[in-house]
Design a protein around this ligand. Structure first.
Ligand SMILES: [Zn+2]
Length: 367
């Protein structure tokens, strides 16, 4: 069987799998993996395990269903590359490899719970945020599969790929970059700029032509649109199925992993919010709803109020709200007063911090 045929057969099989996955959502799943021995262990006991001891895979996970959804999206655009996905310690797409790694915690609800208790949030934990990241990583995989980064026109549009910095200082008001993942991530590196632009282009119904009308970033989107039409139907130049740092080869314990990650992101959200948050909420040892949960619930209303008064896009306001929620969790704050009063006060705080965010010294974001 030639590989082109295999590729088409794979596409059809994957689309079929996606339909089955949809049907399976309505019925209880019969094909479940037996629960791992550690499924009911305490956090402390789990942290003592090494990655290679987890013995989890992608099979029958919601992540696997989402990867199939990604393949369907690629097939609809007539792209023949199907990035392979494996589990590792975090999201990454190694240079030159037409696939990417996804974090281990997406393989089991107990591991997601541990991730939340250790890092206070689960990156890619919701279906929507997971698809956003998958489309971004697929951008890198396509870049590598067709060696797009070597093209002169790619380099003219996105810049020449250089070594990754440890941090970047995004410009929140720049219109030269698309808005997709948090923290104006497209601004961090030319390869990230391409992956983010690709992700916006791939997202069904993203309506990018209207959304980015009159933005200089529209030129990048038009280029990606043209380039993807150019490679549509062609087999990828790189077909390696290499998997870097697969879970089964990692001897680090989860405890060491989380210590390292927490040290890396210790200063990712500045303390500028703390005094205001401590006035608005209370550190009352666990009574009432958490302040982070209150902010999450009030987010649509706060976003609308603050957008009306500041004229700022939802993306910037959401970034401020996300940072406030992280600080609330770190400070152990709770929402004890009436919801109406707190929403009014929170709207004032978010307005002030959104304006400070834009006018203040540009923030350093760790990569
Ligand atoms: Zn990336």
């Amino acid at each position: 069987m030639n590989s082109a045929h295999k590729m088409r057969t794979n596409g059809a099989r994957l689309a079929n799998d996606a339909m089955k996955a949809n049907r399976a959502d309505r019925k209880p799943r019969r094909h479940t993996v037996p629960a791992p021995v550690w499924a009911d262990w305490s956090d402390d006991a789990l942290l003592g395990l090494r990655f290679c001891d987890l013995r989890v895979g992608l099979f029958a996970t919601p992540l696997a269903d989402r990867v199939v959804r990604l393949y369907v999206e690629l097939a609809r655009r007539h792209l023949r590359a199907r990035p392979h996905v494996w589990l590792s310690h975090e999201w990454f797409a190694p240079d030159g490899v037409p696939g990417f790694a996804a974090p281990f915690y997406l393989a089991h609800p107990r591991l997601m719970e541990l991730e939340r208790s250790q890092m206070l949030e689960v990156e890619g934990g919701s279906p929507q945020s997971c698809m956003q990241i998958l489309r971004h990583e697929a951008g890198h995989a396509i870049d590598h599969a067709y060696r797009l980064y070597r093209r002169a026109d790619y380099r003219r549009i996105f810049g020449r790929c250089r070594p990754y910095p440890d941090w970047y200082r995004p410009r929140p008001d720049s219109r030269r970059f698309v808005l997709h993942l948090d923290s104006w991530y497209a601004q961090s590196h030319p390869a990230e700029d391409f992956a983010e632009t690709f992700a916006v282009w791939l997202t069904p119904e993203s309506d990018w032509r209207r959304r980015y009308r009159n933005w200089p970033a529209a030129r990048k989107l038009e280029y990606v649109d043209w380039l993807m039409n150019e490679i549509a139907g062609s087999p990828p130049a790189v077909r390696s199925r290499a998997r870097l740092e697969p879970l089964s080869a990692l001897r680090t314990t989860l405890r060491e992993h989380y210590q390292r990650r927490r040290a890396r992101y210790a200063n990712d959200v500045p303390v500028v919010y703390d005094a205001d948050l401590q006035r608005l909420f209370e550190a009352c040892g666990g009574r009432g709803r958490t302040a982070a949960a209150f902010l999450r619930r009030a987010q649509p209303e706060l976003r609308e109020l603050v957008a009306r008064w500041t004229g700022q896009p939802a993306y910037t306001i959401d970034q401020v709200l996300r940072e406030m929620a992280v600080r609330c969790r770190r400070l152990g704050l709770h929402a004890t007063r009436s919801a109406r009063r707190m929403t009014q006060d929170a709207a004032v705080l978010v307005t002030v911090h959104t304006l400070n965010f834009l006018r203040g010294r540009r923030r350093r974001v760790a990569i």
